[in-house]
Design a protein around this ligand. Structure first.
Ligand code: PEP
Ligand code: MG
Length: 906
């Protein structure tokens, strides 16, 4: 690791730059870059992410000693550029201390503002600025933030509000005032004292007076926040490795709370919810940064157009809007112009939508941060396509700009228009994150997570959300808040997650104690149903019906680009015509796996199936199979018809037979009655089917080889359906797949049954069908002997669920008993049943492809295990030279994008 632990920036110069995100974090790298391109930024310095790792290895004391000299230097550098002195009572410099990881983690880690204040410095600040209110307002904010972040002053119970907020409310109530800025200077002074007393009482800690001690406390607290629960959870959700660490940026404070020519805000170069190309954002006059995101005051819009739209949503009249909530464009036109020019400059520099923070101090504009903005899936696609049309990026970049898993959001259901027209609108808030959400009202994050785990759909209703609510937000279908604007915590996080969110619904009264929310006279209790429209901000009583999403517009265009660049094609795993149709609409070009066993579970079919299992003789089994034949044929007819002209890969019966018989007495009694046999006979048969390791027992092609009449019946059903379709003028392309082959002889025997049956059928019907016989490669031995197997198999389909099971020796049904512990101990990085193990299982895949094609050069290879819809695994399949991946219908667009990215990245 490098000896250089601290990087300086300021006054148009910087030691870092944008491409040093790994070392300086996103914030540190971009602050450096902004200096280099002429965007005004307060001077400061960044402590590297390497130091964060050092901090957790070596401990606080050692790292502070290692850093001391460079940090003292950094402070001097800022003092020089600002012409101020840290800790000085006549000409004081105040600092902010901010976290910043490589990937943005909004609100997950800690920030401290106004650092450097104490009882002496504050009097100097008041004198120097001639603004006592500002000085004490800054001081009380500092004590509040430092108390929370560094000294651990948190609410004691979840129903309680923030302890500092409680003190503020008490002070305001005593004087009968409502707004923070109505407090007198004396009241602000008393808050400082009350806050410090409360901290001492609750935490036993004395508030530090010495600014340097405050600075070290803050730096260490930011490092510590890398390991707080919410940051750990966020990293888990986003797949961010712990080793990345966070950087710490210390920079000179600039003040948005110095009066009416000062302000602070957050803005986006495009709409993060919809992706529309319109500059937007929120600001507050005479306020500090956290006021905008904390949702305590109602922020105003930056642009006039945004302000008009907001007022319409909120039902605010034009006169009131202009006098109470004017846009920055109207209230501070010159600053607005500068801001607008700089946001454009930054977007053009980074060629991506920017999310920026700024402060105006007495008429001078400063940028505090810029980053590529978090956005919804819809916005992600639209922004990429628009940037492409505008010529800012090329097609390949546009493809790489989209994150495959985020497409999932575009596939979620939307509200049914008719149902929506009839639904009762309770109130309106801000359309903070689009989508449709229905669920039962819950008020607390832990309840949201617990109810969700029970399989219930919940909507989390809060006054406002804080980073502590992350797990609940993730579990909820949607989020509704009473306070907070479009850049509040709830809004930003929800958009990042692609969750529907309505924020700032001022008419809702949330009461945590009674667990109720009152909306315009209607009272909803915990557990009552509510629906949210995150695209319009409307809130409805009860459940509103939804309908499936469609691939249109920008999404369709992106999918077209995917087809243009990818080498792999995408098929789907589907067992019903409905699933097949959904997948086809999402662009699947065939079925890669049709599991036939799922077809046996309906009423009459399960009876015939059980009769087959119960039979003692081949004739008995054949009689039962004869009953099953028409059902199976009908099923295959539907699927082949829906996928007309495309390959449909149907797998012969695979699971152990015990899955089809009842294991409880009541079920056995019913079965006995239906079959006309004794309960004892059923029980004996169930007993005889029981195996010690059913996954390694009588299943897969072992079934078809033990009872060839099953294979014959299924072949007749598949090819019979195809013949019928062909007679009707369709173009069916069936493929018959033999599962769980480990030895070529297993495939050989099955293939003979299939071909014999086909010959007879075609002769009877006078029509023949072109079809293929292939196999699954899901047993390690099959991969090892793939050159033998390919002599018989016309195609391979990798069943990576079983292949993973048998390569690791982990039961796919029992892994839950040790997976969490393995992940926690880092024995495994990920669940190998979700993400393909490229080093182990992947080698078997590569080997089998190579060996197979050595004897059959045109051997078609695909994958049909769950990994076929997981982006990193899809990319692996591309590199392994597979022809296709097959995944569940709703993952088809995701796999298509991952396949295109793999080709582009190559
Ligand atoms: C597999 O094993 O990967 C596979 C697709 O088959 P199944 O999951 O049905 O065993
Ligand atoms: Mg399998």
């Amino acid at each position: 690791m490098s000896e250089k632990r601290v990087y300086l920036f300021g006054n148009g110069k910087a030691e870092g730059k944008a491409d040093m995100k790994n070392l300086l974090g996103g914030k540190g790298a971009n602050l450096a870059e902004m200096n280099l391109i002429g965007v005004p930024v307060p001077p400061g310095f960044t402590i590297t992410t390497d130091v964060c790792n050092e901090y957790f290895e070596k401990g606080k004391e050692e790292v502070v000693a290692l850093l001391r000299e460079s940090v003292v230097n950094g402070v001097k550098h800022v003092e020089q550029l600002m012409g101020l002195k840290f800790g000085d009572a006549t000409n004081p410099l105040l600092m902010s201390v901010r976290s910043g990881a490589r990937a943005s983690m909004p609100g997950m880690m800690d920030t401290i503002l106004n650092l450097g204040l104490n009882d002496e410095v504050v009097t100097g600040l008041a004198k120097k600025t001639g603004n006592e209110r500002f000085a004490y307002d800054s001081y009380r904010r500092f004590v509040q933030m430092y108390g929370d972040v560094v000294l651990g002053m948190k609410p004691l119970n979840k129903e309680d509000i923030d302890p500092f907020e409680a003190i503020i409310q008490k002070v305001k109530a005593q004087r009968g005032i409502h707004l923070d800025n109505e407090m007198s200077v004396d009241e602000l002074k008393s808050l400082v004292v009350l806050f410090k007393e409360a901290i001492k009482e609750q935490t036993g800690k004395e508030f530090p007076n010495d600014p340097m001690e405050q600075l070290w406390g803050a730096i260490c607290a930011v490092f510590d926040s890398w390991m707080n629960d919410r940051a750990i959870l966020y990293r888990k959700m986003e797949g961010i490795p712990q080793e990345w660490g966070t950087a710490v940026t210390v920079m000179a404070m600039v003040f948005g709370n110095m009066g009416n020519t000062s302000a602070t805000g957050v803005c986006f170069s495009r709409d993060a919810a919809t992706g529309e190309n319109r500059f937007n954002g929120e600001y507050l006059v005479n306020a500090q940064g956290e006021d905008v995101v904390a949702g305590i005051r109602t922020p105003q819009q930056i642009t006039r157009e945004g302000s008009l739209r907001w007022a319409a949503q909120q039902g605010i009249e034009e006169e009131v809007r202009v006098s109470k909530y004017p846009s920055m464009e109207e209230a501070m036109p010159e600053i607005f112009q500068q801001l607008n020019d700089l946001q454009e400059k930054l977007e053009n520099h980074y060629h991506d939508m920017q999310d920026m923070e700024f402060t105006v101090q007495e008429g001078k504009l400063w940028f505090l941060q810029t980053r590529n903005g978090k956005r919804t899936g819809t916005a992600m696609v639209r922004i990429a396509m628009n940037l492409l049309h505008e010529g800012q990026i090329d097609e390949k970049t546009a493809l790489l700009r989209c994150e495959p898993n985020k497409l999932d959001e575009l596939l979620h259901p939307v509200f049914d228009k008719e149902a929506l027209a009839q639904a009762h609108v309770l109130t309106r808030g801000l359309p903070a994150s689009p989508g449709a959400a229905c669920g039962q009202v819950v008020f607390f994050a832990d309840d949201a997570a617990a109810w969700h785990a029970e399989g219930r759909q919940v909507v989390m209703v809060r006054i406002e959300t804080s980073p502590e609510d992350l797990a609940g937000m993730s579990a909820a279908e949607g989020i509704l808040t009473a306070r907070g604007g479009m850049t509040s915590h709830a809004a930003v996080v929800a958009r990042g997650m692609g969750k529907c969110c309505v924020s700032g619904a001022g008419a809702i009264n949330v009461d945590y104690k009674s667990r109720t929310v009152e909306i315009d006279g209607t009272v909803l209790k915990e557990g009552d149903y509510i629906s949210l429209n995150g695209s319009t901000g409307e809130v409805y009583a009860g459940e509103v019906k939804t309908r499936p999403a469609e691939v249109t517009g920008d999404f369709a265009e992106l999918m077209k680009l995917c087809s243009k660049y990818s080498k792999l094609v995408v098929r789907t795993n589907a067992d019903t015509p409905h699933d097949a149709e959904v997948a086809r609409n999402f662009g699947a070009v065939g079925i890669g796996l049709c599991r036939t066993e799922h077809m046996f579970f309906e009423n009459e079919k399960i009876k015939a199936m059980r009769e087959m299992i119960l039979a003692d003789t081949t004739e008995g089994r054949e009689r039962a199979l004869e009953k099953l034949l028409p059902y199976q044929k009908q099923d295959f007819y539907g699927i082949l018809k829906c996928m007309d002209g495309m390959p449909v890969n149907i797998r012969l019966l695979d699971p152990p037979l015990h899955e089809f018989v009842p294991h409880d007495l009541a079920g056995q009694e019913i079965m006995a009655q239906e079959m006309g046999v004794s309960v004892k006979k059923i029980q004996d048969r169930v007993q005889s089917l029981s195996e010690h390791n059913p996954m390694l027992g009588l299943r897969g092609c072992r079934l078809g080889n033990t009872f060839p009449e099953i294979t014959a019946m299924q072949t007749r059903a598949i090819l019979g359906a195809a013949v019928q379709l062909k007679k009707e003028g369709y173009d069916p392309h069936p493929e018959i797949m033999v599962p769980l082959v480990g030895i070529v002889n297993e495939l050989d025997a099955q293939e003979r049954v299939i071909r014999d049956t086909a010959r007879k059928l075609f002769a009877e019907e006078g029509v023949s069908i072109d079809f293929k016989v292939g196999t699954m490669i899901e047993i390690p031995r099959a991969a090892l002997t793939a050159d033998k197997i390919a002599v018989k198999a016309e195609y391979f389909s990798f069943g990576t669920n079983d292949l993973t099971q048998m390569t690791f020796g982990y039961s796919r049904d029992d892994i839950a008993s040790f997976l969490p512990s393995y992940l926690e101990k880092k024995i495994l990085d990920v669940d190998p049943f979700q993400v393909l193990d490229q080093n182990g299982v992947g080698q078997l895949v590569q080997m089998a492809v190579k060996k197979g094609r050595s004897v059959r050069p045109d051997l078609k290879c695909g994958i049909c295990g769950e990994h076929g819809g997981e982006p990193s695994s899809v990319k692996f399949c591309h590199h392994a030279g597979l022809n296709y991946v097959s995944c569940s219908p709703f993952r088809v667009p995701i796999a298509r994008l991952a396949a295109a990215q793999a080709a582009v990245e190559e």
